[in-house]
Write a protein that binds this ligand. Structure first.
Ligand code: DC
Length: 219
């Protein structure tokens, strides 16, 4: 089958949809956002300066990181401790831009992502730069988008379901700020690959988006 990339901004539905597409096709799934989040948490836990990429890389090289697919999520273990919820907390989300804008740290994570694809052969991978930088020769490239209000509501419900205290306007402001840093960093920025197919998910159900993507893959 090959590689299917699904890129797009925060809250566009990437994670949920990519997992369902992977399940339908019987392929492995890669949540690259979880990698950037895990590295952010590792650095925060050690109290490192989040702009000191060299120090963070040193720590990353000594850390045992595991990404375990489970039901509709990816469990993340750091040195044997399950940190799946913590990496998706608002505290980590607010700081992930430091790691995401470091060329040194991106290079390490991109290497891990390509290694995973090599081991698995065929995968569905989601992130910001999967179709542009990491897998420019992917067989199918999808770019998911949705209007910002819709994306904020989705994130709000997700955080509420996890029991995290949150405010809709604050989440919307954080999404706008994250869009800005995702689109404007110098390496691995968020943009649609020229050969990606764009789907606006604002008014679509999850099932509809999945079935459109499956149709594209089969064609
Ligand atoms: O998809 P997510 O919200 O879990 O991603 C968290 C952050 O990680 C996102 O704001 C930017 C960064 N990221 C990235 O720079 N490149 C990727 N391929 C995936 C995520």
């Amino acid at each position: 089958m090959g590689i299917i990339t699904i890129d797009g901004p925060a809250g566009s539905g990437k994670s949920t949809i990519s997992k369902l597409v992977a399940k339908e096709l019987g392929l492995s799934f890669l949540d690259t956002g979880a990698m950037y989040r895990a590295l952010t948490l590792i650095a925060m836990n050690e109290g490192l300066d989040l702009e000191d990429s060299a120090k963070i890389k040193e720590l990353f090289d000594k850390t045992e990181l595991k990404f375990i697919p489970k039901d509709d999520t990816t469990l993340v273990e750091i040195n044997g401790v399950d940190c799946s919820d913590l990496i998706r907390s608002q505290r980590v989300t607010a700081n992930v831009r430091f790691i995401a804008s470091s060329p040194l740290l991106r290079a390490s994570l991109v290497e891990l992502q390509r290694q995973f694809a090599k081991e698995q052969g065929s995968i569905v991978t989601e992130g910001r730069d999967q179709g542009t930088v990491v897998f420019p020769d992917a067989q199918v490239k999808i770019y998911l988008n949705a209007d910002v209000d819709q994306r904020a509501i989705r994130r709000f419900k997700e955080l509420q379901a996890r029991g995290e205290k949150c405010d809709l306007q604050e989440i919307k402001d954080a999404i706008i700020a994250r869009d800005f840093s995702d689109e404007n960093r110098e390496v691995g920025s968020l943009k649609k690959a020229d050969d990606a197919i764009e789907i606006d998910t604002s008014a679509m159900s999850i099932e509809d988006v999945v079935s459109v993507i499956l149709q594209i893959v089969r064609e």
